[in-house]
Design a protein around this ligand. Sequence first.
Ligand code: GLP
Length: 242
Amino acid sequence: MDLKIVDNYSEMSEIAANTVAGLVQSKQAAVLGLATGSTPEGMYARLVEIYREGAIDFNSVKTFNLDEYVGLAPEHPQSYHQYMNKHLFDHVNIKPNNTSIPYCSSNDDPAVVCAEFENKIKQAGGIDLQVLGIGVNGHVGFNEPASHLRTTTHLVELAEETIEANSRFFNTVDEVPGKAITMGMGSIMGARKVILLASGKNKAKAVRSSFSGLISTETPASLLQLHREVMVVVDREAASLL
Ligand code: GLP
């Protein structure tokens, strides 16, 4: 595991953007695994700048997003579909058909949605680089702490802490959907390279339990210590309990 402790959020974002850009420069048809949340916003902003400078081209790039709330229409302002449009897709020359987010309406069969999503990743040749944030409880994507974790893309019930943490994006906590579709730990571990980002004091506990040498399904991010090529970029605050 390559652990980089950096001074602040902007340094973390810069390293992450350069890692993604470096891959896209070396492999035109790169397959990216993408994350949402506050953490990667700076990375996306920097990537858009790099794109505008003419240094990267998204024309042949494919992307797979880690997760999405169930029952939230792609047009909903808090959907991860809108997040991705706002922070990346609307600003670069990526083809909409090359972007995948696991959408499941309340009428869809989640098992079918999940199987199709996994298949699409396989057909694309697997993920070259998976970008991850981390939840305050150590979740990645929406793989919540549990005695058992699922390997492939699946339906999850969100933990109370997650609903609480994510309620800052909604008007009230009751508006936060209780279910989501997420890539499984196996889908994530199957990426050829992983980069996990963490910033701020509220992530310090999760960072400590994830990267201090023990692994447990009760801290899903800790499983990443078993990945052959994982880079963890944390700022000083997030690293303060290491
Ligand atoms: C959400 C997402 C995760 C993300 C986490 C942390 O629950 N499903 O993929 O890593 O929140 O978000 P933030 O970066 O806003 O702290």
